[in-house]
Design a binder for this molecule. Structure first.
Ligand code: PMP
Length: 441
């Protein structure tokens, strides 16, 4: 009898006991290739001695000190490292324990900024359908994942959700990718005008959409147009890079490749690489100074803010990414993974789209490739794929996403940056076995 929840299955799941490189091992000795880093977390793989040593050393000197009284060396160092590499005007770092906390802080910071600025009517967030920003109430309200929101309606905050930039499903026949990108971005302006731009504080989006859609990149020009619209109406741009940031797409911050810089940026997952729970919200000096020169204090906070041990893991992880040249490696191995997926699944009758960037890739499955018809939800393709892959010794991240009631199944792949050529081969072979088993069921 286990007292631990949540459980995704009725039976007790395997007990994870050891991690080594790209593999996890359970208590029976079974080996699993980690092709999704859990949920895009374990970017350095498992058992990285440098990170383990850094965490141990920090525990030996100082495990924890409350930010109400102290700052700490690892927190200061991590903030310096992030800002030295951050895009645009980002200048201040708020260290939290995960992605939802980072997004929650972003929403409150945006709101407080406008209150201090003397524009208290600005309180609305515009976000996108088929997005995920976390599971706490503000972050869940910002997300557009209908399944995750379904039971919590009365608790959620009223926010706007526009269609995402989702070329495979939403580009019109004959429309160029560039035209589609502009049309998709213009939905933000339409929504601003519909609700009254003076009531809106910010727009939030994932540069590459992860958990709800399987690595959906934006069309070229989309985010530049989004940035222009935000500036035109004086609203803040919040980018959620909790999943797609920290090198995952082949640049330290995903938005670099879209040619935009946000006012607020959230990261987590890869920042601690699974060695410690940590997330961060980065904001521009302009936002921070508005608050510092106003009431003087960001009205927010959690006990574990700026946790020294978590920050020490972050310092070691970012240091390893930069010193080991792992980000160019993400691009190189990402190209190989994409080529291998194309070769294996490109002509598959039930594969509608293979997409992504760097080592953040997704496959969308369809019942009919030409008509792009999704599978009947009763077939539970994503759930079957997850268990078939697990049986084959592969950890991947299949999900069902929904826009306006239309459901689709996809799998997200986010392997560790150290994944070798042989492991890419192993990943594709095992995924192929799992896909055939899931579709045959
Ligand atoms: N934002 C995005 C884009 C995410 O993918 C996630 C987690 N999947 C979150 C926020 C929430 O992060 P956490 O689970 O660490 O709270």
């Amino acid at each position: 009898m286990s007292h631990v929840f949540p459980r995704h299955t009725k039976q007790l799941p395997p007990v994870a006991v050891r991690g080594e490189g790209c593999y996890l091992f359970d208590s029976t000795g079974k080996q699993y290739l980690d092709a999704s880093g859990g949920a895009a977390v374990s970017c350095l793989g498992h058992g990285d001695q440098t990170i383990i040593d850094a965490v141990k050393a920090q525990l030996d000197s100082l495990a924890y000190a409350h930010t109400g009284f102290f700052t700490s060396e690892p927190a200061e160092t991590l903030a310096d490292m992030l800002i030295a590499n951050a895009p645009g005007e980002l200048d201040r770092v708020y260290l939290v324990s995960g992605g939802s906390e980072a997004m929650e802080a972003a929403l409150k910071l945006a709101r407080q900024y406008f209150v201090e600025k003397g524009e208290p009517e600005r309180g609305r967030l515009i976000a996108r359908k088929q997005s995920y920003h976390g599971n706490t109430m503000g972050a869940l309200s910002a997300g557009g994942n209908e399944w995750r929101r379904a039971q919590f309606g009365p608790l959620l905050i009223d926010m706007s959700h526009i269609d995402p930039c989702y070329e495979y499903r939403l580009r019109a026949p004959g429309e160029s990718l560039e035209d589609y990108g502009i049309r998709a971005a213009n939905l933000l302006e339409e929504e601003l005008l519909r609700v009254g731009p003076e009531t809106v504080m910010a727009f939030a989006a994932e540069p590459v959409v992860g958990a709800t859609s399987g690595a959906v990149t934006a069309a070229p020009g989309y985010f530049k147009r989004i940035r222009d619209i935000c500036d035109k109406y004086g609203i803040l741009l919040i980018l959620d890079e909790v999943m797609c940031g920290m090198g995952r797409t082949g640049s330290l911050f995903a938005c670099e490749q879209d040619g935009v810089a946000p006012d607020i940026l959230c990261i987590a997952k890869g920042l601690g690489a699974g060695y410690q729970p940590i997330g961060a919200m980065l904001c521009s000096r302009q936002i921070y100074e508005m608050i510092e020169d106003g009431s003087g204090f960001f009205q927010h906070g959690h006990t574990y803010l700026g946790h020294p041990t978590a920050a020490a893991a972050g310092v070691a992880v970012v240091g390893a990414m930069l010193e080991r040249d792992l980000i160019p490696r993400v691009r190189m191995q990402g190209d190989k993974l994409m080529a291998a997926l194309d070769a294996r699944f490109g002509q598959h009758p039930n594969v509608g789209d293979i997409r992504g960037r760097g080592l953040f890739q997704g496959i969308e499955f369809v019942a009919d490739r030409d008509a792009k018809t999704p599978f009947d939800p009763a077939r539970k393709v994503a759930a079957r794929l997850k268990s078939a892959a697990f049986k084959a010794g592969l950890i991947c991240y299949p999900m069902s996403g929904t826009i306006d009631g239309r459901r689709g199944d996809h799998v997200l792949l986010a392997p560790p940056f150290i994944t070798s050529d042989d492991q890419i081969g192993e990943l594709v072979d095992k995924l192929s076995i799992a896909v055939e088993a899931a579709l045959a069921a």
